[in-house]
Design a protein around this ligand. Structure first.
Ligand code: C5P
Length: 324
């Protein structure tokens, strides 16, 4: 996590609100192990933060401990603006964690990350709200403590705080940063209908029980070494060969039209493509920025997706762009 601004212009420094920007993520490797007694699956995953962002602002609300939430932006439709929202829950968790702090907050979330898309948009909003409220309420909480709260909110929230590229284990919340100086070019193809993450995991369990799907991705951290080496070396060719997602067959079973999207992306010149997380967004690796723009244009023309967005991978995690 990076709590200061360095290479981006800040808005309204000295204003009355905290502004935090948080990226979406894709999974370059998603090895799904067995279902645990707590209802989660043991994962070995490689996350990468990509340059598609939600913006969260936090300002002092009406006097008292109330949490207010408003939503805006191109992907806000259908997102609840109440306690079902992960940003709301993040503010509530932080307030309860620091009992005695009776401050409230007015949160506003501007959504550019599609919802129920496999891009951890809800997790991004939770991470943004945690960081924004910590700043607004001037809480003395260190990174490790914030990471624990993040993990309580969801498996991907800790990664949203940290960004860049990381190996995730446990249910995805235990992170080891993968230090690579390279940027990577991707095209995200968003679908018109979302997929429920629990439903996709359930479908994988069903397929496995029926014997129709075996684990294909490595589920132990040591086995992802070739992928990590490709990331560190910036070796796009090797990276394209190594992308894998155990949830992809389940996502394709629930949304069969995604196989057309995957085909359209590779025909448009992508080095490789895969379903991101539990889907339905597909992520395509492009050889460079110009190719990414061209692939996005072709994907849009193919009418196999709702949106095609070129993005840069290995960007920062949640960070404060403005603070009172
Ligand atoms: O942690 P998060 O709220 O993102 O998880 C949503 C759902 O996805 C969980 O309730 C669970 O059904 C499924 N999941 C899982 N194993 C994981 C992460 C998520 O089964 N490691």
């Amino acid at each position: 996590m990076d709590g200061t601004v360095s290479d981006e212009p800040s808005d309204k420094l000295g204003g009355d609100h905290v502004h935090v920007r948080v990226p979406a993520k894709i999974n370059l490797h998603l090895g799904v192990g067995p279902l645990r007694p707590d209802g989660f699956h043991e994962l070995t995953t490689v996350f990468q933060a990509v340059g598609l962002y939600d913006d969260i602002t936090a300002s002092a609300g009406t006097p008292g401990p109330a949490i207010g939430l408003s939503l805006s932006g191109p992907e806000a439709a259908g997102v609840p603006a109440d306690e079902r929202n992960l940003a709301w829950r993040a503010a509530d968790l932080l307030a309860k964690h620091r009992r005695g702090s009776r401050a409230g907050v007015a949160l506003s979330v501007s959504k550019a990350i599609p919802v129920a898309a496999g891009l951890a948009g809800g997790s991004a909003d939770a991470a943004g709200a945690l960081l924004a409220c910590k700043e607004l309420w001037k809480l003395d909480i260190d990174e490790a403590e914030l990471d624990l709260l993040a993990a309580e909110l969801g498996s991907d929230v800790t990664f949203a705080l940290h960004g860049r590229t990381a190996l995730g284990t446990g249910r995805g919340e235990r992170l080891r940063p993968i230090d690579t100086p390279h940027e990577f070019h991707w095209v995200l193809a968003a679908a018109s209908a979302g997929l429920s993450t629990p439903a996709v995991y359930r479908e994988l369990d069903r397929q496995r029980a029926a014997g129709s799907e075996r684990t294909t991705a490595a589920t132990s951290a040591g086995e992802v070494a070739p992928l990590l080496a490709a990331l560190v070396a910036g070796d796009y060719g090797a990276l394209g060969e190594l992308l894998i997602n155990d949830l992809q067959p389940a996502a394709l079973a629930l949304a069969p039209q995604l196989s057309r999207t995957l085909k359209a992306g590779t025909e448009a010149g992508a080095l490789a493509g895969l379903v991101s997380g539990s889907g339905p967004t597909c992520a395509f690796l492009a050889p460079n920025r110009i190719a990414a723009a061209a692939i996005a244009t072709e994907l849009k023309a193919s009418a196999t997706c709702r949106l095609a967005i070129p993005v840069v991978g290995n960007v920062h995690g949640a960070r404060v762009l403005a603070s009172p």
